[in-house]
Design a protein around this ligand. Structure first.
Ligand code: PEP
Ligand code: MG
Length: 902
């Protein structure tokens, strides 16, 4: 359809003008409607108003110049194509006005159906539909209801109540029992409600309806729930939504009409097959809202074979075209199939891996693409434990496993209560008949979501899957009574505060708390499942993709571990060494007393005695770790935290001493301790006597640790093992600090190692901004750098890492100062810049300088991509994050280094 543009800037695109790659401009829905149109699939004609128009509207509060004219031109062209006019009293064209942002935001923004109906055209519609008055009045009442709620903020419940009232008078619960007269009466009632709340009559001008509906969709971008959803999903706030104006097709024209949603594969497990829900004689929103229970899509074969066959062939075509799982919405109008939407479908973490593997098998994608299509967050989800069930636990109800996982928690019935209890640290399960977008806060706060209505595509299911939350939907044996705060199931009553467990994979609901067991993916990483010989498609897919990631990645992955057990586990998970062994944990427990003696020592002799007692203990610690990591590098960091952390808190000690004195007890020892604690008290201990400063101030402390490391390495090597120790000095800010420590350490190492074949590297953490900025100098004295991005973030931002996240980050996130805590994901502009400078200047000064990161960011997916890009040699993270880092390092390599297969 050709449209005459009335302004230079193009704000409106006919479906035939777009394609799937124009999501930024046309939103996901518009771009894919265009793609389907161009594929020749049956899409109702229409046009898309761009996200740029929305952005302009939101910035200025009015439609941009030229938009109205372009809409007019496209509308005229649509009318010509359909042979009808919008709101024509005799034979009206009706349109839907649908939101559609670049990223799917299910149910977050507005849709208005049946635009173009008024008191005259309702009669024309009835005639056009074969004198179907019931249908026409039903469509009209839906328009007033949706328009009222969406465009004019009329409270939705008022319309619901009026509908309930008519049904009650008729003695029925079913909408379908209402006849044309009932619905005509309802239209009158709705109009009164509309007039009462808006102070005006329901607009009869079709073009005015259209313009107001478009404006309402623009504005819905900034609705509270949409803002909240975007924050949760990290969708940028300035994208705006596109608006699709689509010729109406009707699923509510009788039993030979209907509407449905479908997936080309199971979005829960990835299994191939036909998955979807169908509802005869209904419009689209009835399915998504889960208001009436749907039938499985397979039943459509019996109800309308030819539409079913056509749908299946379209689904196969879409999968092949998009080379991925697609989800679709469709409507059948009197036996004619129409495609209303498609997109690459959301899926669970398990399905993402399984489908990526299947598509490789089917030759639709290669392994690089498969790797690109999964991510570390999904892998982390698959490593969660699952329920361990025995006969003691019997399911009281079974719904649909809508979003997998195992969740136990206290039952709550409202979003507000979920938020309240979660804030107290409680794990809660939000139980609702069905959820709607207003429940978003509660869903975020809850551990799991249970609904008694709705299918795999209901609001609860779609949103929970997007959030990675456990969800069971449509458990219809459960009778939920929200006002009474209870539900009944199998003759039992469960109230707010009772504990239940839900399994989002099987859809089962249990009373009480069910114990959990490790996931199969973890068992595979642990080495107890052989991927070649097990019939578990998920484990096989994970194995295949991980193997490819390992083959592609440039970053090595090490672990942060300071016990033999952690080191062993991390090694099974694929760690290629230890990037951070924190030695301070070795000074706790029954060794605390020795540390106390060391700190309190007044004379050299006392201190040496304490150090001599600590030496063999430390040596044994390191021997165990070197043995576990046989042949792999182990970075041991010399003691870092302020020493008072090993002493009792000042206040507690002062009270103890005072009480003991009061009782006339001998308190000499406690008084000495109190005096020492007072002496060592610091206002800002994280910026005080810690790290390398301790080593320089307390004679013999670092020397003892260096000796223990060297002796342990020699012992392991003598016993036939291979030890590769790397000694790391924390909190260095100036090369002189490192040089001093290094000189002493080299002497001890030379003395201990002698001519045994042990090489000990000496390097430093880069965690003080000054170190990053003088990295060229520091590299002269360091064989390696390891970025301590926890402290580097703390000191670069001036954020106390122990306080700020709980204290005020919520406000920073709300204001969009950052989208995610910089302690969670590296702040590439600031802290990342320091990393980049240090890496470049360090390597310039010492070309072979080894570079790694051992702050928490080493296991964060986005940060791993950044470290890859900066060119570090390795990341180091906690044992459980090791597989995540391996996967992300592989993805980073495929994404930045191109697709050459190795
Ligand atoms: C760091 O600061 O990033 C680091 C790894 O050291 P720690 O967390 O022990 O201070
Ligand atoms: Mg640190």
């Amino acid at each position: 359809m050709a449209a005459q543009e009335t302004d230079d800037h193009k704000y409106v695109y006919d479906f035939s003008e777009g394609n799937k790659d124009l999501k930024d401009l046309l939103g996901g829905k518009g771009a894919n409607l265009a793609e389907m149109t161009n594929l020749g699939l049956p899409v109702p004609p229409g046009f898309t108003i761009t996200t740029e128009a929305c952005q302009a509207y939101l910035a200025t509060g009015r439609e941009p110049d030229g938009l109205a004219g372009q809409i007019e031109a496209h509308l005229r062209a649509l009318e010509r194509e359909m042979g009808k006019r919008l709101g024509d009293p005799g034979d009206p064209l009706l349109v839907s006005v649908r939101s559609g942002a670049k990223f799917s935001m299910p149910g977050m923004m507005e849709t208005v159906l049946n635009v173009g109906l008024n008191d005259q055209s309702v009669v024309g519609l009835a005639a056009q539909a074969g004198q179907n008055d019931r249908f026409a009045w039903d469509s009209y009442r839906r328009l007033i209801q949706m328009f009222g709620k969406t465009v004019c903020e009329v409270p939705g419940e008022e319309f619901e109540h009026a509908l309930d009232e008519v049904k009650r008078a008729k003695g029925t619960h079913n909408d379908l029992d209402l006849d044309a007269d009932d619905l005509r009466g309802l239209v009158d009632a709705y109009k009164k409600i509309f007039a009462k709340h808006t102070g005006r009559e329901f607009p009869q001008q079709p073009r005015e309806q259209l313009d107001l509906a478009i404006r309402a969709v623009f504005e819905s971008w900034n609705a509270e729930r949409a803002v909240l959803y975007r924050r949760q999903e990290r969708i940028p706030a300035d994208l705006g939504t596109a608006v699709n104006v689509v010729t109406m097709v009707f699923g509510n024209l009788g039993p030979d009409s209907g509407t449905g949603v479908a997936f080309t594969r199971d979005p829960g497990s990835g299994a191939q097959g036909i998955y979807g829900d169908y509802l005869a004689n209904a419009q689209g929103e009835d399915v998504v809202a889960g208001i009436r229970n749907t039938v499985p899509l397979q039943d459509l074969e019996r109800l309308d074979k030819s539409s079913y066959d056509e749908l299946l062939s379209i689904m196969a075509r879409l999968e092949e075209h998009y080379r991925d799982l697609c989800d679709i919405e469709f409507t059948i109008e009197r036996g004619k199939l129409w495609m209303l939407q498609t997109r690459v479908g959301k899926r669970t973490a398990a399905a993402a891996f399984v489908i990526a593997g299947q598509l490789v098998d089917e030759g639709l994608i290669d392994l690089n693409e498969a790797l690109h299509r999964v991510n570390g967050a999904q892998l982390a989800q698959l490593m969660f434990p699952r329920f361990q069930l025995d006969h003691e636990f019997e399911a009281v109800a079974t719904g649909i496993g809508a979003s997998p996982g195992a969740a136990s928690g206290t039952v709550v019935f409202t979003s507000a209560r979920a938020v309240e209890l979660a804030a107290e640290g409680k794990s809660v399960i939000l139980v609702r008949r069905e959820t709607n977008p207003d429940d978003l806060n509660g869903m975020i706060a809850a551990q799991g979501i249970l609904t008694s209505r709705g299918g795999k595509t209901s609001h609860a299911a779609v949103v929970a899957r997007g959030m990675g939350k456990t969800c069971v939907s449509g458990a219809d044996e459960i009778d939920v009574n929200v006002p009474a705060k209870r539900f009944t199931v199998a003759g039992r009553t469960v109230g707010e505060g009772d504990v239940i467990s839900i399994d989002g994979t099987t859809g089962k609901v249990y009373l009480g708390e069910v114990p959990v067991m490790p996931s199969e993916v973890v068992q595979y990483f642990e080495g107890s499942l052989d991927p070649e010989h097990i019939d578990n498609p998920l484990v096989r897919a994970v194995h295949r993709i991980m193997t490819h990631a390992d083959g592609r990645r440039r970053l090595a992955v090490r672990t942060n571990a300071d016990t033999g057990a952690d080191a062993a586990r991390a090694r099974r998970f694929g760690a290629e060494g230890i990037g951070l062994c924190r030695t301070e944990h070795m000074f706790l427990g029954d060794r605390r007393e020795l540390v106390e003696r060391l700190i309190l020592a007044r004379a050299e002799g006392e201190r040496d005695e304490a150090l001599a007692a600590l030496l063999p203990l430390q040596r044994a610690d390191f021997e165990e770790i070197f043995r576990e990591m046989d042949g792999l590098p182990v970075t041991v960091r010399l003691i870092d935290p302020p020493l008072h952390e090993f002493l009792p808190p000042l206040e507690q000690l002062a009270v103890n001493v005072a009480v003991a004195q009061e009782r006339g007890e001998d308190v000499a020892k406690e008084e000495a301790l109190l005096a020492a604690v007072r002496r060592m008290h610091e206002e800002n201990p994280m910026l005080g006597l810690r790290g390398v400063r301790l080593g320089l101030v307390i004679p013999g402390l670092f020397a003892m640790q260096v000796r223990a490391i060297a002796e342990a390495a020699v012992a392991v090597v003598r016993a036939g093992g291979r030890a590769c120790p790397e000694i790391m000095v924390p909190l260095v800010g100036a090369v002189q600090e490192l040089e001093t420590v290094r000189a002493e350490a080299e002497k001890i190492i030379a003395e201990v190692v002698g001519d045994s074949a042990v090489e000990v590297l000496i390097g430093t953490m880069i965690e003080v901004p000054r170190a990053a900025l003088t990295a060229g100098q520091i590299a002269e004295a360091a064989e390696f750098f390891s970025f301590g991005t926890n402290d580097l973030t703390q000191m670069a931002w001036g954020f106390s890492r122990d306080d700020v996240e709980g204290a005020f980050f919520w406000r920073y996130l709300e204001l969009g100062i950052f989208g995610i805590s910089p302690f969670e994901s590296i702040d590439t502009d600031g802290v990342g810049r320091l990393v980049r400078i240090a890496a470049e200047e360090g390597r310039a000064a010492r070309p072979g300088l080894k570079l790694g990161v051992c702050g928490e960011h080493g296991g964060d997916p986005d940060s791993v991509h950044f470290f890859h890009e900066v060119g570090l040699d390795y990341v180091s993270c906690s044992p459980f994050r090791v597989p995540v880092a391996r996967l992300e390092a592989g993805r980073a390599a495929v994404e930045t280094d191109g697709s050459d297969s190795r």
